[in-house]
Design a protein around this ligand. Structure first.
Ligand SMILES: *[C@@H]1O[C@H](CO)[C@@H](O)[C@H](O)[C@H]1NC(C)=O
Length: 242
């Protein structure tokens, strides 16, 4: 009898609890639905932040940086990456460049395809990296415009390293050599590590990239005085806003 008296209220309470739980859950679902409907109906409203728990696709890369990691990873490449990123571009900086002879993985190939142009940071030992040479060849095959930056190296000094000649087929070496010969002809920037002005290197790179984007008829990222990516030396860009 005592047990029954204890169990009866419990049995009554339990469904009520379930019901409340259910109702609560439903209103959460309704709220979520409403939010997503709002998001859909005003996709360009600046104050509406797309919640990342749904799915945030990454922005496509628009610049592919080629550099020999051990030479420039922490210096020129990092600086150029930061200036481009700060100016509103989405550069792809390949951190795998350290591994010589590695085949170009899918992610890199995707970035190569998405990019509008390649920024090639030539350093004295660039020609030793088959990985860099492969990326250069791919960019050329894809017909992407290039911006070479000659860091502590003259265009005439660019050559394929001896060890590549020993290990790769004659065709491959010729492909690399032709790519370097073609890159030598492209108007680029020069930089001397010991005497160069690093901030000028960053700004000149952004300016040159802006120029290539304009030539391609692509929109440059908008930049205004006071915005995070605004470098006084660059001036404001008004393109890309209309
Ligand atoms: C380096 O370049 C920047 C941007 O072009 C310039 O404002 C600055 O004065 C230069 N610094 C030196 C030490 O020349």
């Amino acid at each position: 009898m005592f047990l029954l008296r204890l169990l009866l209220p419990l049995c009554l309470l339990l469904p009520l609890d379930l019901l409340l739980h259910y109702l609560n859950h439903r209103s959460t679902i309704a709220a979520v639905r409403e939010t997503s409907l709002n998001l859909r109906s005003q996709p360009h409203h600046p104050s509406v932040q797309k919640p990342c728990w749904i799915k945030c696709p990454r922005k496509p890369f628009n610049i592919f940086l080629v550099h020999r990691g051990p030479d420039t990873k922490e210096k020129e490449a990092a600086l150029i990456y930061d200036y481009l990123r700060g100016s509103g571009y989405f550069p792809f900086l390949d951190v795998e460049s350290l591994m010589p002879g590695k085949k170009i993985p899918d992610g890199i190939d995707e970035a190569l395809r998405e990019s509008k142009l390649g920024v090639i940071i030539f350093s004295p030992r660039f020609g030793e990296s088959r990985h860099c040479l492969d990326e250069l060849v791919r960019l050329m095959e894809m017909g992407k415009p290039l911006l070479p930056i000659f860091c502590d190296i003259e265009p005439s000094e660019l050559r394929v390293a001896e060890y590549c000649m020993g290990r790769d087929t004659a065709e491959k070496v010729k492909e690399y050599r032709d790519a370097l010969d073609e890159a030598k002809q492209v108007q680029g920037l020069r930089f001397q590590r010991s005497t160069g002005n690093w901030s000028k290197l960053g700004r000149d790179t952004v300016k040159a990239v802006d120029g290539i984007f304009v030539e391609l008829g692509e929109e440059c990222p908008p930049r205004h005085e006071g915005s995070p990516g605004f470098y006084p030396g660059l001036g404001a860009t008004s393109f890309g806003q209309g």
